[in-house]
Design a protein. Structure first.
Length: 416
């Protein structure tokens, strides 16, 4: 949407939260400004011998509660305002789940699907070299996001380690298991989405298995949460990716659809009772729970008016615009906000980092138990504020995070 600035979206909710708990401007003014913004130019020799220069960013929004933490996105729409917003949401996400991290984010304006594996490797290594002064296991720890994966993290870890002269696994999370990744990390965000959805539904006296669930996005977050929901007996009535979606009122065979979409456009999937739908039709489809797990700015005011789900779970970051949020709240739709719903990834990233720093390997069960404990504890604190004050979950989550950030600010003071 032209003119849409996700950082304004962040500031808008921040101001609402500060007003709700009557904070003085001085208490939270610093949180409105990212601490550091780095823009880099990344020249790459392409396979055909030509030269291309890409633009990349790393923003550290806050290191108030610990080192910066946040993913790296490779997508054609990456720009500084998006990276700033994603970094700020990381600050709030880490504070909501109460792990000792600040918030950061990075990205390159590129469509990774148009590059060869070697070009992608050179791009990643050069980008890492350019952001090297900012990152490190005690400074700022990147992780995968849209368009990046464990292989990209492995290259970042290797480049950083070569520059240092020794192996530093704790510089990134989301690596392959063989070089210091954590069991359970790949599924963590999707698993966290499921834990939080079930927890929210239980407070409403409902069970996920009785609900019709629609999922936008079939990647790390959407695909995995859909598979986990289906594995527990839930009905996934719709799912989509960038090329469109599928709808089946009696429930899709999610594992089969995801496998199919790996090699062919989703539009070519054929099965009795399954119809092709657009992404807009998915968002407004007949369902009880709508899981948003694609990109930001998906539910606009126009779409919000037509949403039929009674509950939205934000697996993606910033998928609901400020205007849409207001409309949905008026309609009584419960929105479980991104900074809570998709925090599972950063919680297990934290587990990975702790294992790396201590040179330990945890069992998958230990990781999943920790994830569940941290997610439910965070859910409880947000739900309690929401109930006590009679406010939406998003505002409550921001209040929980903001109060923790303000305590850290107060204790640390302002240098000099
Ligand atoms: P991904 O690249 O693995 O998957 C993204 C999915 O969304 C793909 O299926 C893609 O086809 C689809 N998509 C893209 N544009 C779309 C559109 N316009 N309409 C419908 N579908 C579209 O990315 P991911 O890691 O799953 O991340 C998804 C969202 O979740 C992002 O907002 C990301 O910041 C957030 N998130 C990711 C993690 C993580 O651990 N990966 C953690 C927290 C939050």
């Amino acid at each position: 949407m032209s003119g849409y600035n996700p950082y304004d979206n962040f500031l808008d909710v921040l101001d609402q939260a500060a007003k709700e708990v009557k904070l003085h401007r001085n208490d939270y003014e610093t949180i409105k400004y990212p601490e550091r913004e780095l823009k880099v130019s990344i020249p790459i020799e392409m396979d055909d011998g030509s030269l291309r220069v890409f633009e990349g960013y790393r923003v550290q929004h806050s290191t108030l509660r610990g080192p910066g933490k946040g993913g790296i996105r490779y997508h054609p729409d990456v720009n500084i305002d998006e990276v700033k917003a994603l970094a700020a949401w990381m600050t709030f996400k880490c504070a909501v789940v109460n792990i000792p991290y600040g918030g950061a984010k990075g990205g390159i304006t590129v469509d990774p699907k148009t590059l060869s594996q070697n070009e992608l490797k050179r791009l990643t290594r050069r980008y890492t070299a350019m952001i090297l002064p900012l990152i490190g296991p005690e400074r700022d720890i990147p992780a995968p996001d849209v368009g990046t994966n464990a292989q990209v993290m492995d290259w970042i870890m290797d480049t950083y380690s070569i520059m240092k002269g020794y192996t530093v696994p704790g510089v990134v999370t989301g690596k392959h298991i063989d070089i210091g990744g954590s069991l359970g990390r790949a599924e963590a965000t999707g698993r966290g989405v499921m834990i939080i959805t079930e927890e929210m539904l239980s407070r409403l006296g409902k069970k996920a298995t009785d609900c019709r669930i629609a999922v936008q996005g079939m990647g790390n977050v959407g695909g995995i949460s859909a598979k986990l929901f289906a594995a527990t007996g839930c009905k996934i009535t719709a799912i989509s990716n960038v090329s469109g979606g599928l709808y089946c009122p009696t429930g899709l065979d999610v594992a089969e659809v995801i496998e199919f979409a790996k090699t062919a456009p989703i539009t070519e999937y054929k099965k009795d009772g399954v119809s092709y739908i657009t992404n807009e039709e998915l968002l407004t489809s007949d369902c009880d729970v709508l899981v948003l797990a694609a990109l930001e700015n998906q539910v606009t005011a126009d779409i919000a008016k037509k949403v039929k789900a009674t509950m939205i779970v934000e697996g993606a970051n910033g998928p609901t615009t400020v205007e849409a949020d207001k409309i949905l709240n008026k309609k009584g739709v419960i929105i479980v906000p991104d900074i809570l719903a998709n925090a599972g990834g950063v919680v297990v990233s934290y587990c990975e980092w702790v294992q790396n720093l201590q040179s330990l390997n945890w069992d998958e069960n230990d990781v999943n138990v920790t994830l569940k404990k941290v997610m439910i504890r965070a859910f409880d604190s947000v739900y309690e504020i929401s109930k006590q004050r009679g406010i939406p979950m998003r505002l409550a989550a921001y209040i929980v995070a903001l109060e923790r950030l303000c305590i850290s600010r107060e204790l640390r003071g302002i240098f000099p």
